[in-house]
Design a binder for this molecule. Sequence first.
Ligand SMILES: CCCCCCCCCCCCCCCC(=O)SCCNC(=O)CCNC(=O)[C@H](O)C(C)(C)COP(=O)(O)OP(=O)(O)OC[C@H]1O[C@@H](n2cnc3c(N)ncnc32)[C@H](O)[C@@H]1OP(=O)(O)O
Length: 153
Amino acid sequence: MKAIQDLYAAEYAHCFGCGPRNAGGHHLKSYVDGDRTIAHFTAEACYSGGVPNQLYGGMIASLLDCHGTASAAAFLNQQRGRTPELGLPRCVTASLRIDFKRPAPLETQLTITGALQSIDRRKVWVALHLHAGEQLCATGEMLAIELQEPAQS
Ligand SMILES: CCCCCCCCCCCCCCCC(=O)SCCNC(=O)CCNC(=O)[C@H](O)C(C)(C)COP(=O)(O)OP(=O)(O)OC[C@H]1O[C@@H](n2cnc3c(N)ncnc32)[C@H](O)[C@@H]1OP(=O)(O)O
């Protein structure tokens, strides 16, 4: 199965967190998994927060950010009855609220999931969870917005 990010058009595939065409990026890969989305990521030791073996919060935000917009694009596609191969809507983050519940460990596989909360035209609300094993480390609530097509001249 292809990752959602691998279906982004080439000109929109440069995101630092998940763009396949960003050689220096993190290349997060998100997948549709039934009625939710899922991604896995293992952070190297250099992404430490101030406390030993604690992942930097900005990296947690990055993971939720990229997984959330990919999820929003997939959920919009599903609502419209389109298959991803026909192209994905271009969704960006308008707002992202994060609760840091427990420290997330370094060099350990993390699991990020997304669930659709609601869709109102171009606006998609996604609930996000980040786990290390059974431990819930962070939750997020995202509003992603589909970009409008540029006006034709
Ligand atoms: C051309 C280049 C394209 C590139 C496309 C690539 C896409 C595929 C690759 C994705 C790769 C992964 C990406 C990782 C995730 C990021 O990191 S994305 C980067 C971080 N995010 C940004 O830079 C977004 C910056 N903000 C914006 O560009 C604009 O504010 C937005 C979000 C596009 C919205 O602008 P707009 O289209 O003019 O929409 P606007 O009319 O202001 O608002 C529409 C509706 O949303 C509501 N709304 C807007 N903002 C908010 C908010 N913050 N809170 C609540 N409601 C809001 C409005 O009230 C309005 O509601 P209604 O009146 O319709 O009920």
